[in-house]
Write a protein that binds this ligand. Structure first.
Ligand code: GDP
Length: 312
């Protein structure tokens, strides 16, 4: 079931409660759980959600209450539990503008950085939407006044540098990459060093993906990470991959220890449930969602906003 259908199923379940009888409430809870399972949310999470909802109903709903009150409380209970499902309770690092001071070096006034550039390393499987999301994020921060640079450390996929370069030129974002150099670790290091020396606030490094999770890919990520020392590592995950999301996220977490997730392709046919389970499995916040192929199709992710929208 795709996300839009999940939304309407959940709305339908909630509005089916008319008299708030025990039978009606039980059947509504069952409907909510079935809809989540059909959207690929992990069964253990659904069972936990169901138990939490039932426990809250027991303590928060009294038989003396009016039906209208019961319905209001039920809606709040379901809403809160759905939010808890997508909320990692972790705060991702926030980029800050570089602070500089002027120093006299060899008789000349020079600007020196007092803080470090925010280096963001992107990881994920090929086709997940990494390169597209790198540019989207660069544009997002550029619009907010940050000086952003893009580094293409993907030497595995032919055409990766061209793709990033074209996106970067279109969006007027400075970029770094090489057609000749084969070593992604070297490119990443050189690019980050260059942009740091030019006092960029944010440096985004696109790494290569593979079709499958492979040792070589993980080794490369670890090496790039060691060289560029990212402030933030973002895993880009295709929102439509369903149950596979959880094991994928766990495998990447072990190697890349990413601290944030961008879920892509949340337009179209994303089920979303698999990715939601991945958040829970790795306790990692989703920071943005990709909602289309265009550079502006990136939305900041907030658990309450996401669930409010889902429930209409
Ligand atoms: P990479 O291999 O991980 O770098 O993936 P790409 O950035 O090249 O993206 C793979 C495909 O997914 C491209 O056709 C993108 O246009 C498409 N794509 C990326 N993000 C989104 C998104 O949020 N929505 C949709 N519909 N397509 C996306």
């Amino acid at each position: 079931m795709v996300l839009a259908d999940l939304g309407s199923r959940l709305r339908g379940a909630l509005s089916s409660v008319e008299s708030a009888s025990d039978d009606e409430i039980n059947s509504m809870v069952k409907d909510v759980c079935t809809a989540l399972l059909e959207s690929d949310v992990n069964i253990k999470l659904v069972v936990r959600l169901r138990d939490n909802i039932k426990a809250k109903i027991k303590t928060e709903l009294s038989p003396e209450e009016t039906t209208a009150n019961k319905r209001k409380k039920l809606q709040k209970i379901i809403f809160d539990e759905l939010v808890a499902l997508v909320d990692s309770h972790e705060e991702p690092p926030k980029p800050k503008k570089l602070s500089t001071s002027t120093k006299v070096i060899n008789g000349k006034k020079k600007k020196v950085a007092k803080t470090n550039s925010h280096v963001i390393m992107f990881v994920g499987l090929q086709g997940a939407g990494k390169t597209t999301s790198c540019t989207k994020l660069a544009v997002y921060y550029k619009k907010r006044g940050f000086k952003v640079g893009l580094v293409c450390a993907d030497t595995f996929r032919a055409g990766a540098f061209d793709q990033l370069k074209q996106n970067a030129i279109k969006a007027s974002i400075p970029y770094y990459g090489s057609y000749l150099e084969q070593d992604p670790v070297k490119i990443a290091y050189e690019g980050v060093t260059k942009f740091k020396s030019e006092k960029f606030d944010i440096i985004i490094v696109d790494t290569s993906g593979r079709h499958r999770q492979e040792q070589q890919l993980f080794d490369e990520m670890v090496q790039i990470g060691e060289m560029v020392q990212p402030t933030q590592t973002i895993m880009v995950m295709d929102g439509s991959i369903g149950q596979a999301a959880e094991s994928q996220a766990k495998a990447f977490k072990e190697s890349a220890n990413f601290g944030s997730i961008i879920l892509t392709k949340m337009d179209g046919h994303a089920k979303g449930g698999g990715a939601i389970s991945a958040v829970a499995a790795t306790k990692t916040p989703i920071v943005f969602i990709g909602t289309g192929e265009h550079v502006g199709d990136l939305e900041i992710f907030k658990p309450t906003t996401f669930i409010s929208k889902l429930l209409g």
